[in-house]
Ligand binder design. Sequence first.
Ligand code: PSU
Ligand code: MN
Length: 306
Amino acid sequence: MIPMLYSKEVAKALETGAPIVALESTIITHGMPFPQNVETARLVEDDIRHAGAVPATIAVLGGVLHIGLEPETLDQLGQAENVAKLSRADMAACIATGGNGATTVAATMIAAHLAGIHVFATGGIGGVHKGAEESFDISADLHELAQTPVTVVAAGAKAILDLPKTFEVLETLGVPVIAFGQDMLPAFWSARSDMAAPLRMDTVEQIAKSQQMRTAMGLKGGQLVTNPIPKDAEIPANELAPIITQALNEAETAGINAKAVTPFLLGRIFELTEGRSLTANIALVRNNARLAAQIAIAMRQEPAPR
Ligand code: PSU
Ligand code: MN
């Protein structure tokens, strides 16, 4: 038996069949500084409610897998120290040993699927790190998309990554990568990269139907929906490039590796942009939450194709 606890609103939504959107917690504990992390988590949950769906923020607390957090619990998590960053490799161990852990994209997908939730919103997925040919640092998020049937809405892969290699791996793994409403892939803090998207969709109904068709065909895995950051919130890629390079160099000099790389880089880019990267990050997560809510509503309305 998996120790699981549902928030009141998620328990009710599961009973009534109301649309639900899963949310990760690593962005709260490792992706943003306090207090903006908690403020953003609350805003994102409210965005989903206003769009007509129910938010389910996921975390492991005292060895219990929480599907949806009550407001007090969300506040505590935002200030908690020594919370593990959980992925597929260590999630079960954290639950088994009674630990506390925040869920990454991979772990959140696993939890969402266990709870019967089909849609999940985040900022940016993990991917192939620059220099991966040496470090072999490739996020488990990519393999999770290939095997767990959850549609993930993100603003692309985080621009600190090697984006061409990240999308090559997704193609190899058979993960549909869909750009919402444009031909080019977005690049997290920037609305457009210079890479054409493998698939483009302009309606949430198309996205919902495509996930259901995969399931009907017996194809494992989810889909990645890349949703461009709103134009008025973006930071142009050429402005960010030197800052990302500087942060990467500092990470190398400081010997940062494994799970610490992404939080280190996000933190340094926040400092080097004097907070602008965080403002953009908040805008894109909220934008993704709103789209995910619409997809969750469309999935509920579309009967599974036969
Ligand atoms: N999106 C954000 N900020 C984040 C993350 C996503 O806007 O901090 C987290 C997600 O939890 C993602 C993780 O799964 O970063 C990737 O970490 P890694 O590169 O170590 O796999
Ligand atoms: Mn990694």
